[in-house]
Design a protein around this ligand. Structure first.
Ligand code: FE2
Length: 325
């Protein structure tokens, strides 16, 4: 069912401002589309979908050039294919299911080894704003990005600083801290019907957000307060999840985003075992779940008190009113 809240990332009708990136020979290196535009002072809720093309030079010693950002944070979901990822003096192979998190001033580079579905979320970065203008320019001047004069202006304007060729050492992915394996999260809480896994922490995002992966059993559900004051953006990675937003019901599956306006009453229930990322990341889940675990262990009587739970939720910005399993 078509509605305003369910976004199928693979549906071309949902691709905003498609644009290509090119290699030095002018061949397509990246087909990128914005799926959700950034909003608010920290430019949260930005989501892009890219099909990266494999590097033409399969030589493992081919040069990889680095770049860095001074303001923006980038997090990528590698959903298929694979790349060699260079950061912090090391490089490693990154395959499907991994997440990459890059903070300001971490010089990084990547070389794609295959066609790769590479989905990005960003904050405190104006790249999506520039996609709008670049996309318009390319309608009139399709080769604009191949013009070195324009390209130089663009990279300066989007907080990209080019660095020298990488001379980094090969490492195992688990030894490259920005590469996140959902099987080895930064923190994990096993609750009734759901395992919550922290993939990026608030202290790695300038205090602005955190990224959690919810692995839900069939039948797990949540209902929000009547008028939640932050919008929600969910990325469904596996399984089917039934949502209700205002009075509209729909089912979201793999390759879908669910974008829910603030103040909108909403709820969901997992129709199957499902995996979902909380892209907005406004709730301080790490603090909340840590304190809740502490109360359950050291003061179990308080853990059953609804007022204690309500106070925890209020303290850490959780707008969920009820959880069911
Ligand atoms: Fe970057």
């Amino acid at each position: 069912m078509k509605n305003n809240y369910l976004i199928d990332i693979t549906d071309k009708g949902n691709w905003l401002f498609p644009t290509n990136g090119y290699d030095k020979d002018g061949d397509v290196q990246e087909e990128q589309r914005t799926i959700s535009m950034p909003e608010g002072p920290h430019k949260l809720y930005c989501f892009t979908d890219s099909l990266m093309h494999p590097a033409k030079d399969a030589d493992p010693d081919a040069p990889v050039f680095l770049h860095e950002h001074h303001d923006g944070y980038e997090t990528f979901f590698v959903e298929s294919g694979g790349l060699d990822f260079y950061i912090d003096g090391k490089y490693c192979a990154v395959g499907p299911g991994s997440v990459i998190h890059i903070q300001p001033y971490q010089a990084h580079g990547m070389i794609f080894r295959d066609y790769t579905i590479y989905r990005g979320i960003f904050h405190d970065w104006n790249c999506a704003d520039d996609s709008v203008a670049t996309s318009l320019l390319e309608k009139h001047y399709p080769d604009a990005k191949k013009d070195p004069v324009f390209f130089d202006l663009l990279i300066k304007n989007i907080d990209m600083y080019m660095r020298e060729r990488a001379d980094f050492e090969r490492a195992a992915p688990e030894d490259v801290q920005p590469v996140r394996n959902p099987d080895k999260p930064l923190a994990r809480f096993d609750l009734d019907g759901v395992t919550m896994k922290m993939i990026t922490a608030r202290w790695e995002n300038g205090g602005v957000k955190e990224l959690w992966r919810a692995e839900m059993k069939k039948g797990f559900g949540a209902k929000w307060e009547s008028y939640p004051t932050a919008q929600d953006l969910f990325y469904i990675n596996k399984g089917l999840v039934r949502f209700k937003v205002y009075d509209e019901e729909f089912t979201a599956g793999e390759n879908c985003l669910v974008k829910i306006p603030k103040y909108a009453p909403h709820s969901f229930v997992a129709e199957q075992d499902a995996v979902m990322y909380d892209i907005g990341g406004q709730t301080q889940w790490y603090s909340l779940l840590q304190d809740y675990a502490s109360i359950r262990k050291y003061d179990p009587g308080r853990a059953k008190d609804p007022e204690v739970k309500a106070a925890l939720k209020a303290k850490f910005g959780c707008k969920i009113a009820e959880i069911s399993f």
